[in-house]
Ligand binder design. Sequence first.
Ligand code: NDP
Length: 476
Amino acid sequence: MRLNASTASDILSPINPATGETLASLPVTTPAQLDAAVARAKAAQGDWAALMPVERGRVLRKAADILRARNAELARLETQNTGKPIQETEAVDVLSGADCLEYYAGVAATIAGQHLDLGTGAFGYTRREPLGVVAGIGAWNYPLQIACWKAAPALACGNAMIFKPAEQTPLTAIALAEIFREAGLPEGVFQVVQGQGDLGRALVAHPDIAKVSLTGSVPTGRAVMAAAAPGLKAVTLELGGKSPLIIFADADVDNAVSGAMLANFYSSGQVCSNGTRVFVQRPILAAFLDALAARTARLRVGDPLDPDTQIGPLVSEAQMDLVLGHIARAKTEAVRLVAGGRRLTEGALADGFYVEPTIFEAADDGAAIVRDEVFGPVMTVLGFDDEAEVIARANDTEFGLAAGVFTQDLTRAHRVIARLDAGTCWINQYNVTPVELPFGGVKASGIGRENGAAAIDHYTRIKSVYVAMTPIDCPY
Ligand code: NDP
């Protein structure tokens, strides 16, 4: 049973995964309320789209300023609801949401069609128009950031958005709706609905929803795409991954260990783009594993509100059980446990859903722990011999969200990146996602892109206009 969802289907009871304490009791949005919310959004969207783009941008900019001013308070709320260490939420979650709002605040006034020369008798132009009312559906790992990544480009383009946060972590999306109001966003343009998968399904199927942007698991992505098909609705799907992080023997070992730890243990490993298959070239494999194990042993696991804590609990008991299940199965496979592997229950940790940062070394790529997404603090290290071999092994997965390469050889870095099936790549870095760079996956990791100029394509439709400058040359 999911402890953080109430057994009553009409109430959501988000909890603090560090303590098990209930944080709030929220009514689930009913079908009639969903209809009313979509109707309000539809009524408000036209006036919002009719504003000068610079005015829409001003509202987004103000919302960004409010997020920054309230960083400490919102980071604390995010930490209480997700269990992510406050040192992360204060540095990343709220501020990256604010960056996204600020970026699209500036982009709003630059959204433009094209002029097309069609000779002396005509010209053409294209208009970029909003889609109407769009839906955002979020996962629980970056609740506020995901809400901002979806709302900012959607609103900049003149759409209205109905956003459904994950049932476990609705609190900061609700705060974002209040912040938008305070920033001057007209009533109805951004609304949060609360509920479980059923509500997500109803949202996707709603006839007045023009597009759906989901961050979630691969099965949910498939379900959303299938449900969007009868209405031929566009979808953006940010899904799961099992991303490769490739470390060549010429890389600086300590820097590569830093990359691998960030790629696996940030947010207790609950990051979609994590580099969970760490391929290390054999000449440095032993040194890499020694340094990694030593630094992992020093990680401070504990109360996520303590500024010194580096690893907090997983988001829920269900997620912890899932991760412990992957670890238990791995212990029966042909892999070597290098570090961790247990639930932590000492002292105050007993009330929370803590899993030790865990490292396996695998001799080949066949084990389930090497193939399946775990979504917890679990890294697998694999040795490799040469470039062609590691590229083939890196691409041998249904997923294609992200990839990283650590090397000091500039040409090799670009050569390898060009051959990896991944939507988002890093060279000598991992999991950094500046809003300027489009983010998203290929293969089973998703469709479409968030962030950057690319997101504008996904929240607008193109209208082509032919303009005649001479009388019709009519054959009739
Ligand atoms: P889920 O797929 O379970 O849920 C995601 C969201 O979809 C939730 O709001 C959920 O509601 C809702 N939902 C569930 N079923 C449906 C449906 N049939 N139709 C519409 N909406 C539905 O993912 P998690 O929340 O468990 O998040 C973890 C997953 O998300 C991981 O696999 C991870 O890789 C992926 N992820 C991907 C990211 C990316 O950018 N690529 C970023 C972060 C996470 P409810 O909460 O009520 O179940």
